[in-house]
Design a binder for this molecule. Structure first.
Ligand SMILES: Nc1ncnc2c1ncn2[C@@H]1O[C@H](COP(=O)(O)OP(=O)(O)O)[C@@H](O)[C@H]1O
Ligand SMILES: [Mg+2]
Length: 333
């Protein structure tokens, strides 16, 4: 029994009314104690997957088990032992932070005194002790996300689902959230399933990651494995004259182009230490000057680009804007 993965997903599929194929026959195995990342752009099917695994949404076909319980037949058993931090904010704005915690604790039949003690400990963990008696309506975006996190922990779950835990947060608050999440794995050995479209987040937190797009899993591995699967280094040239980019591509040694636009050319070479001096002397011979130059080892963004044909970084930017607008709307109503 112990050797079974704590989460096993088989051909899980969701087609919404109207025919949208949100999750397309995915298979996953997650081991106990893992922080498992689902990385993909907006609309990839991450939230739909989480909602099925947390028994909030029934699959169209396929199945999954969480800690040996079937998501269709044993939804109550699963709900009792998991924690969920949904993408949308769920806390009641008219209640205080503490009242929200106690309310959710009562849904789980946690005795009042235990709930109070647990709440205090969790509030301390995310630095919300002082804010606890205040109405959630008055919380900042970062405070709300921290509260949502500990609401998901009030039943001391074995498995925690985090759907975009840092969506719309500023960089500093995001890094603080990462520390809390790392602490849950380190101190409690909690199994955590995390969705994100932030590459840095997955890189910082996940032991293993599946890249998802259009409802499908494209590749699974540790972040290091995925990066290592892309051989070579990436050199990014910025040109003063956009047409100079073409000239460099005529380099007789041959260059593997990854991306080219607005006078910026990205190429992959086997070993930049060796190739770059040769490329520079080629540029010099042709009288081409550069405005910028950088070399990098492959990142998860390149992995994403490789499997999906587009960059997640660019989508992330417009998404953050949307998320911020959403949060404002929520707060106003
Ligand atoms: N309730 C719904 N009804 C119909 N389509 C939906 C619903 N929820 C999500 N979708 C669609 O399913 C796809 C996956 O959405 P979602 O799971 O929210 O993706 P992600 O969380 O990765 O952004 C999208 O095309 C989205 O528009
Ligand atoms: Mg989502």
């Amino acid at each position: 029994m112990d050797l079974q993965p704590i989460i096993k997903v088989e051909n899980l599929t969701k087609i919404y009314k109207g025919g949208v194929m949100a999750v397309d026959s995915i298979n996953l195995e997650i081991e106990e104690g893992e922080v498992y990342g689902l990385l993909g752009p907006n609309g990839a099917g991450k939230t739909t997957t989480i909602n099925m695994l947390t028994t909030r949404l029934s699959p169209t076909s396929g199945n999954a088990t969480v800690a040996g319980f079937d998501i269709i037949r044993h939804s109550m058993d699963i709900r009792r032992m998991i924690g969920v931090v949904p993408q949308d904010l769920t806390a009641d704005e008219d209640l205080s932070g503490l009242e929200n915690l106690l309310l959710v604790a009562s849904f789980y039949d946690v005795p009042k005194s235990v709930a109070l003690e647990r709440s205090q400990r969790l509030l301390r963990m995310v630095d919300l002790v002082e804010a606890a008696p205040r109405q959630v309506r008055q919380y900042s975006g970062g405070m709300r996300k921290r509260l949502e996190l500990i609401i998901g922990l009030i039943n001391e779950p074995k498995v925690l689902f985090l759907d975009e835990p840092t969506l719309g947060l500023d960089v500093q608050t995001r890094t603080t959230m990462w520390e809390y999440i790392k602490g849950l794995k380190r101190d409690y050995g909690m199994t955590i399933i995390l969705t994100s479209h932030y590459l840095e987040e997955i890189d910082a937190l996940a032991n293993r990651v599946s890249i998802v797009d259009h409802g499908k899993i494209l590749v699974t591995g540790t972040p290091a494995e995925l990066k290592a699967s892309l051989k070579g280094d990436i050199i990014t040239f910025g040109f003063r004259t956009a047409s100079d980019s073409e000239k460099l591509l005529e380099y007789p040694g041959g260059l593997e182009k990854i991306d080219a636009k607005d006078g910026v050319l990205k190429v992959r070479v086997e070993n930049a230490d060796k190739t770059l001096p040769e490329l520079l002397s080629y540029l010099f011979q042709h009288g081409i000057t550069l405005s910028t130059l950088s070399v990098q080892k492959p990142s998860l963004d390149e992995v994403f680009l490789q499997y999906t044909g587009r960059s997640l970084r660019e989508e992330g930017a417009s998404d953050r804007m949307k998320a911020m607008m959403n949060m404002r709307r929520v707060r106003k109503t």
